[in-house]
Design a protein around this ligand. Structure first.
Ligand SMILES: Nc1nc2c(c(=O)[nH]1)N(C=O)[C@@H](CNc1ccc(C(=O)N[C@@H](CCC(=O)O)C(=O)O)cc1)CN2
Ligand SMILES: Nc1nc2c(ncn2[C@@H]2O[C@H](COP(=O)(O)OP(=O)(O)OP(=O)(O)O)[C@@H](O)[C@H]2O)c(=O)[nH]1
Ligand SMILES: [Mg+2]
Length: 454
């Protein structure tokens, strides 16, 4: 395939930067950009060897010194001939070296193109390729364990098992059609139904892992809400370890949503601080309130904050009514001062109530514990495989729908041909999931979400 190149390391100053060149002419084009100190040509080198020398600029003058590593097809990440240049990690130096490589006749790599080539070369399945980005994005030990399990084919195998169930039923249907009347093996609509029911259940249990997969991958979207001045921004700053959100004693301080990704124990939160919820004449504050209400609807987790130094009032009560049906943790803040809040009215609304003094930093352990209880699913093991993204979920939903329709068709006594068509569609949806039978458009879509250089 035509030769591509990209910077594989972050586009920032660093100790070393790596430029990866992969494709049919990788070694010869790399040779045009590099002179080894000992006079060795890259063409003479075997795979997995490296050599020290100088990188050249487009005019052929020395640009930097560094290391070139040669990989020989098929033993490389992409399965193609590959050369990696490790140069000094300056943004300008790296960019200049990349220009030299382009000038030697190499195309810029598209997002995810190296991994796409690895997939097309049969080095990995589509779900394994998707897991590469999850390894990069993993925020902690557990996230990494799940990404590694996916890289090892956890979901792939789980889906293959489901496929086998469908294929077995398709085989039975074919036998039914092929045998003359009197030789029909023991295939009946009832037996087909009994064989497909577990398939439906496997699809459901696999689909059920999606919510957890999403949280592992992108974190829990959490929103801090409450009436003005209860200490939402103080809590936000405490959790994010920053002073990003402005804190004052004036009610109505926060208007824009302030966001940070934070780690609380074993859980990543995408945390938003919002404007205090109240009825107000101030147009800007009204807009802040509106955005806060939208966030409330989208969040996975709500941290509802109350000020214990004041009795519950109408603003608090209005907020209580606005809380959607989703995980909520009530935070009784300012516990360092004498309490005026009667918690009896609050408790029926919340299964988790935590007393804190955000300004002092107390109550954080209890909050962490509550969040982990809600979102850290220790019992889910990585090896079983989880649905890691929306594309995979969509394929499973499609398969589920077809199997469901097939079951209904069987019950309704419809022609077995109709059942066959439905099951073939279900099997196809699963082949799309694993990438075993997938359109170019789907493949392109998957890899377009990757970073350039991966
Ligand atoms: N320098 C460097 N480090 C890197 C990468 C890379 O491309 N370059 N990777 C990029 O993501 C990851 C490693 N991925 C790789 C996967 C397979 C092969 C490889 O050579 N595979 C051969 C040999 C396998 C074997 O010995 O068992 C093969 O598949 O035939 C190389 C890198 C992380 N570290
Ligand atoms: N005593 C005490 N005061 C606190 C505590 N947390 C916050 N405060 C004070 O409460 C006031 C309001 O805090 P903010 O964090 O700005 O409150 P908010 O809920 O973000 O307010 P708005 O943005 O206006 O909705 C500030 O004067 C804080 O210092 C606490 O734990 N104890
Ligand atoms: Mg605030």
């Amino acid at each position: 395939m035509h030769t591509i190149a990209a910077i594989a390391t972050p586009h920032a100053a660093g100790g070393i930067a790596v430029i990866r060149i992969s494709g049919d002419t990788a070694i010869s084009v790399a040779q045009q950009c590099f002179r080894s100190t000992g006079g060795k040509s890259l063409a003479e080198m075997s795979g997995y060897t490296c050599v020290y020398g100088s990188f050249l600029d487009t005019a052929g003058s020395e640009l930097d010194d560094g290391i070139a590593t040669v990989f020989r097809a098929p033993h490389s990440y992409t399965g193609e001939d590959t050369v990696e240049f490790s140069c000094h990690g300056g943004i300008f130096v790296t960019r200049q070296l990349l220009e030299t490589v382009y000038a030697a006749g190499v195309q810029p790599a598209e997002a995810g193109e190296f991994t796409k080539r690895a997939f097309l070369a049969g080095k990995m399945t589509l779900t394994q390729a998707e897991a590469v980005m999850d390894v990069i994005g993993a925020a902690g030990k557990r996230e990494l364990a799940f990404a590694h399990a996916q890289q090892n084919g956890a979901l792939f195998h789980r889906v293959q098992q489901i496929s086998q169930g469908i294929v077995r039923s398709l085989g039975d249907l074919a036998a039914w059609a092929d045998y003359p009347e009197d030789e029909i093996p023991a295939v009946t609509p009832e037996s087909l139904h009994a064989a497909l029911q577990p398939v439906l259940e496997q699809l459901d249990s696999t689909l059920a892992t999606y919510d957890y997969g999403r949280i592992l991958q992108s974190g829990v979207s959490a929103v801090i809400v409450g009436k003005p001045n209860v200490g939402k921004s103080t809590l936000f700053n405490l959790l994010s370890g920053s002073q990003r959100s402005i804190v004052t004693e004036i009610a109505g301080t926060t208007r824009d949503v302030v966001e940070e990704q934070i780690r609380l124990g074993n859980v990543t939160l995408r945390l938003s601080d919002t404007a205090g919820l109240r009825e107000t004449e101030d147009v800007i504050e009204q807009m802040g309130v509106k955005i806060a209400e939208e966030r409330l609807a989208q969040a996975d987790l709500i941290l509802a904050v109350f000020d214990t130094t004041r009795p519950l009032d109408d603003d608090d009560r209005r907020m209580l009514e606005q809380l959607p049906e989703k995980p909520v943790i009530a935070i009784l803040n300012k516990s360092d001062q004498s309490a005026q809040l009667d918690t009896d009215e609050l408790e029926p609304h919340f299964s988790r109530v935590i007393t804190m003094a955000a300004r002092e930093g107390s109550g954080l352990e209890q909050l962490q514990q509550a969040v982990e209880e809600l979102f850290y699913q220790a019992e889910v093991t990585p090896e079983l495989g989880i649905v890691a993204n929306a594309r995979q979920k969509q394929c499973l939903e499609q398969a589920r729908e077809q199997v469901q329709l097939a079951l209904e068709a069987l019950d309704a006594g419809e022609l077995l041909d109709a059942v066959t068509v439905l099951l073939e569609e279900a099997a196809n949806a699963l082949l799309t999931l694993t990438g075993e039978r997938v359109s170019e458009a789907v493949v392109n879509d998957v890899f377009s979400r990757f970073c350039v250089g991966k």
